[in-house]
Design a protein. Structure first.
Length: 289
């Protein structure tokens, strides 16, 4: 009874601030509601409007977001994993380096967006100045239709400090005796990486993959601050599209339907990753495969 009493604030918070709004938004997704009128029940019209192609921005935003996830999630995981391996070595000042690489992840995303807005300026930005200094042509970066999403994926690498710390914690949990066994057998660093580090890190990779997919589909601030969904809707991310429906066009019912479709997409992708994890994720204590 005492345990339930201590857990009651969390339970009430879940019911009032999470489940309650979710159930209400599910109801709103079947209505025509602008925020100022009374909700009018319209059945599946909001969903039909999306999937039939009547709303031309639904599939566009979904494609743009999927493109961003495909680019940013693998590169973010690989980059932060390699960074964690480097920072796990016994080098002088490694605590300082860890802090430097982690700090950008705690800077507010709005501030980061403004910094990168200057860095990626085609005329005065540091990125193009560096390219020109080595004799390479500049890029339009976030101002070009074809380059805007890759540019935002590149920017995403700067904020992978949290992922790096998780990988670093996983690396430090690998028993040293396993590496010593490889050394006794005459194995190289590549053998250690392939046969010890990567298999032992698969649970951590699995966790970061799940979080990367969830966060990737919810990207919003970069488009809101830096591109406003442009140029020509090339960075119209799904959540920014949801925001426009709700707060610019005052279609709250439609926005609720969009939010539930996003919820289902993330749930399905997460389920698929969990189903495949049995084939590639190794947990300590599992029998050798």
């Amino acid at each position: 009874m005492l345990g339930i009493l201590f857990a009651l604030p969390a339970i009430l918070g879940l019911l009032i601030f999470t489940l309650g709004p979710m159930i209400y938004s599910l109801y709103m997704s079947f209505t025509d509601y602008s925020g100022s009128n009374s909700p009018t029940f319209i059945g599946l019209d909001n969903y039909t409007r999306m999937f039939s192609g009547e709303d031309q921005y639904f599939y566009k935003s979904l494609g743009v977001t999927l493109y961003f996830v495909v680019l940013s999630v693998p590169t973010g995981i690989i980059y932060s994993f390699l960074l964690a391996i480097l920072l796990n070595r016994n080098i002088k000042g490694k605590a300082i380096f860890r802090t430097v690489f982690y700090l950008p992840s705690i800077v507010p995303i709005i501030a980061i967006s403004f910094i990168w807005l200057w860095l990626l300026n085609p005329d005065l930005g540091l990125a193009n100045e560096m390219l020109r200094a080595i004799g390479l042509p500049g890029s339009q970066w976030i101002f070009g239709e074809k380059s805007v999403v890759p540019s935002l994926a590149l920017m995403n690498l700067w904020t992978t400090g949290g992922t790096m710390i998780i990988f670093l914690a996983g690396l430090q949990d690998i028993p040293r005796s396993l590496y010593e066994a490889i050394e006794i057998d005459g194995g190289s660093k590549l053998h250690k990486l392939r046969n010890i580090t990567i298999p032992m890190m698969t649970p951590t990779i699995f966790f970061n993959l799940i979080m990367g997919i969830i966060n990737g589909f919810q990207v919003f601030s970069q488009a809101y601050v830096m591109t406003s969904g442009g140029p020509n809707n090339a960075s119209l991310f799904y959540v920014f599209y949801l925001y426009r429906e709700a707060f610019q066009f005052s279609r709250m019912g439609s926005a609720s339907a969009i939010a539930w479709v996003l919820f289902i997409i993330i749930m399905l992708l997460t389920y698929m990753v969990f189903k495949t994890s049995k084939k590639w994720v190794y947990y300590e204590g599992d029998e050798a495969r």
